[in-house]
Design a protein around this ligand. Structure first.
Ligand SMILES: Cc1cc2nc3c(=O)[nH]c(=O)nc-3n(C[C@H](O)[C@H](O)[C@H](O)COP(=O)(O)O)c2cc1C
Length: 197
């Protein structure tokens, strides 16, 4: 009897070590200016583990909202890819969560820089987004286009701040708890779907 219990305990320990091992191959890469997308990134990390990797630029964007909107519009028009200060060893990961705020109803240029600078073949890509009420725009579609050799799963999108109106970090307190529930629901749906494949 004692032996049987010991065997079960060891088996469960092996499973949990294995699960943690898998989680070590997960990165949560995100761009966040006013920290809403960062709050979602941290909620995801609390559920699945993995490394949090904030994307930083070699030349930061202007603080002023109107100035950044104008700069981003120009970068999108000219297809300029702003150089990143952040570097990472992408080979160390199998699963990449990629978080971004909607900028000009599409992917922010630094996310395009990231996706174009690494070989993401055979990686599982899981996008997530915050916005000011207008949705993700073409962000998820652009990720699929920029990662043709990856497996891109269903993204998560939630309303964050409205910097235009002086509303910055809102995913905190009660709102953070609400978002946590939405994140949990989305992650469990992804898991079920992955097992179905
Ligand atoms: C340059 C810029 C452009 C934006 N464009 C949009 C937009 O087109 N649609 C939208 O819903 N929100 C837009 N937003 C608002 C952000 O998507 C929203 O505040 C988001 O939650 C910010 O995430 P963060 O706190 O992680 O930076 C824009 C914000 C910035 C700074």
């Amino acid at each position: 009897m004692k032996k049987a219990i010991l065997c079960i305990l060891l088996w469960n320990l092996a499973i949990s070590i294995n699960a943690q091992g898998n989680n070590d191959r997960t990165a949560i890469i995100y761009l966040s200016r006013t920290k809403n997308t960062e709050a979602v990134a941290k909620l995801i990390q609390a559920k699945v583990g993995g490394d949090l990797i904030p994307l930083e630029l070699q030349k930061p964007y202007p603080e002023n909202y109107k100035a950044i909107v104008a700069q981003v519009a120009k970068e999108n028009e000219t297809e300029y890819l702003p150089p990143l200060k952040t570097t990472m060893k992408v080979d160390q990961y199998d699963t990449l969560f990629i978080g971004f705020p909607t900028w000009g109803m599409q992917l922010p240029p630094p996310i395009k820089s990231f996706l174009k600078s690494y070989d993401l073949e055979n990686k599982v890509i899981i996008p997530f987004n915050t916005h000011a009420g207008y949705g993700v725009g073409s962000g998820f579609k652009q990720i699929k286009e920029l990662c043709p050799k990856s497996m891109v799963l269903e993204g998560f999108s939630v309303k964050g701040g409205v910097e235009r109106d002086g509303i910055f970090l809102v995913i905190k307190g009660e709102k953070e708890q609400e978002v946590e529930q939405l994140v949990t629901k989305w992650l469990s749906k992804l898991k079920t779907r992955q097992y179905e494949k």
